[in-house]
Design a protein around this ligand. Structure first.
Ligand code: UD2
Length: 318
């Protein structure tokens, strides 16, 4: 039976990936998570089908035995958030760089089959041209962006120097059910949903005309699976994991108000340090080499996400 390990598997994206793996017929799925930002409840309905390791990727000895012999490793554990990495850069440096090194090292020394690494669209920074193509020069604008880029370099170098199979996917502003809205560092769409349900006004940093390629979590989980099965020409490479669209925050907040049938004009605050102005993925390489085929329009993704927050009462309970 082939072992599949998901680091960060109790997180919002990791838990969607765990469910996708099980639906795909995976027999032995093992989750590594230290529950810093993940939650066991994210895996509630599949808890009996996965092996759970409360372990920290910064502790090599905790994770090496789990990763050893794995057929596939999906490395999603990270401390996210651009502003968090600016306010307090040390923890995210340790997890996103040193922790990622530990995961690649454990995969190499433990003879794991392939590592799919969750990189970030933040690596591009502000580019003059949109959409952003993998061949563009990277230009990180925050510690978080630099950290995630370093992980890509390690993925590539573990492939070229040690023969480890790796594929890096630059996630583009992933949103969807289970994204935790409880922190000021939470992803903007989780915060927008919380505000909408509580009939509160969100704060938009800047003029709200910054744009993002918001990508539904199930499309990203699907692409992770495809990357784990892709042919040899994908190895050691980096691909955009985006939807290919681009929406401003003003557009999204308008759309959410329409869906809910309310009028709650947003507050505007100063622009956020380290913020990228516009982000949009060129999806061609991922479509060609990995079979990427995102299914969810922004309207459909937002409807599903809002429905989940309402049904789970996640917002009210926090
Ligand atoms: C970056 C990456 C994303 C992912 C993420 C992980 C880019 C373009 N994207 O997302 O791929 O790696 O980091 O953390 O670099 N905002 C508000 N009000 C709020 C909260 C946020 O206006 O209450 C704005 C924020 O200033 C930004 C946008 O919403 O312009 C998105 O912010 P975010 O924190 O959700 O994600 P972002 O783009 O930093």
């Amino acid at each position: 039976m082939s072992k599949i390990v998901v680091t960060g598997g109790a997180g919002f994206i990791g838990s969607a990936l765990v469910r996708a793996l099980l639906e795909d017929g995976a027999q032995q799925v093992e989750v590594i998570d230290n529950l810093l930002t993940g939650r066991e409840s994210n895996l509630e309905e599949v808890r009996g089908k996965v092996k759970w390791h409360r372990a920290d990727i910064c502790q090599y000895d905790q994770i090496a035995p789990v990763i050893a012999g794995a057929d596939k490793v999906f490395h999603l554990a990270a401390i996210p958030s651009v502003p968090r990495s600016i306010h307090d850069p040390i923890p995210s440096h340790e997890v996103n760089i040193n922790g990622s090194f530990n995961v690649f090292r454990a995969a190499h020394e433990g003879k794991a089959g392939r590592v799919v690494y969750a990189a970030s669209s933040s690596a591009y920074g502000d580019t003059e041209v949109l959409p952003k193509v993998e061949t563009m020069q990277t230009n990180p604008k925050s510690p978080y962006a630099a950290q995630k880029l370093m992980g890509e370099y390690y993925a590539s170098v573990f492939h070229s120097c040690f023969g480890l199979e790796t594929v890096s996917l630059r996630f583009f502003n992933v949103y969807g059910p289970r994204q935790d809205p409880s922190s000021p560092y939470s992803g903007v769409l989780s915060l927008f949903n919380k505000c909408l349900i509580e009939r509160k006004v969100p704060t938009i940093f800047g003029d709200g005309e910054q744009s993002r390629d918001f990508t539904f979590v199930e499309d990203v989980a699907g692409l992770c699976l495809k990357a784990s099965k892709a042919g040899p020409n994908a190895l050691g490479k980096v691909y955009n994991a985006g939807n290919g669209g681009r929406f401003t925050l003003n557009m999204i907040w308008d759309l959410l108000q329409k869906i809910e049938g309310v009028s709650l004009p947003a507050n505007y605050g100063p622009p956020r340090a380290g913020d990228v102005k516009h982000s949009q993925a060129d999806t061609e390489a991922a479509r060609r080499d990995l079979g990427h085929d995102p299914k969810f329009s922004i309207e459909e993704g937002l409807r599903r996400t809002l429905a989940w927050y309402k049904a789970s009462e996640a917002v009210a309970a926090r």
